[in-house]
Design a binder for this molecule. Structure first.
Ligand code: T5A
Length: 202
């Protein structure tokens, strides 16, 4: 049986720089042909669910919202993540199940668990910084607010607190990074943390 690949996830509140870092990492690891995925989305079903979830005109029950995020994730696992890991590839995910634990669990107060069929990441980079900074980055970039981003600042603070608790509970998996640093500084820290893990995959 082929050895399992490496599963890397990026987490954090809005505009903390996850997509930027996932892309920089994908470029750095290009020779290994990594699989880079984003959530919600990444499959045909997932992209349709993403449209539903982020569309401002819909009122969605909080628990129904959680199951929609998880349905999108399960499809992504089945179609993309599990086969890639089974064939020994590096998978880089821009959000994974910790997002549900933080947003639907922490932000909305819904009871959440980690389904046994969802793989655990080998390493999770948590981009931490003031939630206001991330939200204002979006404003500066001229991005219009989607259904989640238009939530109150208190909601986003609860999400940040939930991430903090998750990272404290699993220090061997989470790496906390200062999201207010420059893109390059954060990327170099990501590389430093990954080098020992990647050596074992050569
Ligand atoms: N959600 C998602 C849930 O509620 N439950 C779940 O289970 C899941 C999976 C997804 C929404 O759904 C929620 C969370 C979200 O609200 P999305 O559009 O994918 O929606 O939102 P995000 O994942 O939050 O992505 P964002 O685009 O909002 O933020 P990122 O990816 O953290 O930030 P990024 O890299 O796009 O950067 C934002 C801006 O900042 C700049 C970038 O150039 C960009 O303009 N930037 C920096 N500026 C200064 N210094 C740096 N270090 C910078 N890094 C990036």
């Amino acid at each position: 049986m082929a050895k399992r690949g490496l599963f890397i996830t990026f987490e954090g509140t809005e505009g903390s720089g996850k997509t930027t870092q996932a892309e920089l990492l994908g470029e750095w690891l290009a020779k290994r042909d990594p699989v880079v995925v984003r959530e919600p989305g990444g499959t045909e079903l997932g992209e349709q669910i993403r449209d539903v979830l982020l569309y401002k005109g819909l009122e969605i029950d909080a628990e129904a919202e959680m199951y929609l995020f998880m349905a999108s994730r399960r499809q992504l696992i089945a179609e993309v993540i599990a086969p890639a890991l089974a064939s020994g590839q590096v998978v880089i995910a821009d959000r994974f199940h910790d997002s549900t634990l933080a947003y639907q669990g922490g932000g909305r107060g819904i009871p959440t668990t980690w389904p046994p069929t969802f793989p655990r990441p080998d390493i999770t980079f948590l981009l931490e910084g003031p939630v206001e900074t991330g939200l204002s980055r979006h404003e500066q970039a001229g991005k219009s607010k989607d259904r989640m981003e238009q939530e109150s600042i208190d909601f986003h603070r609860k999400v940040a607190e939930a991430y903090d608790k998750l990272a404290t509970a699993e220090p061997s998996r989470f790496v906390r990074l200062d999201a207010t640093g420059s893109r390059d500084k954060i990327h170099l820290e990501v590389r430093d943390h990954l080098k020992p893990l990647l050596e074992g995959k050569d």
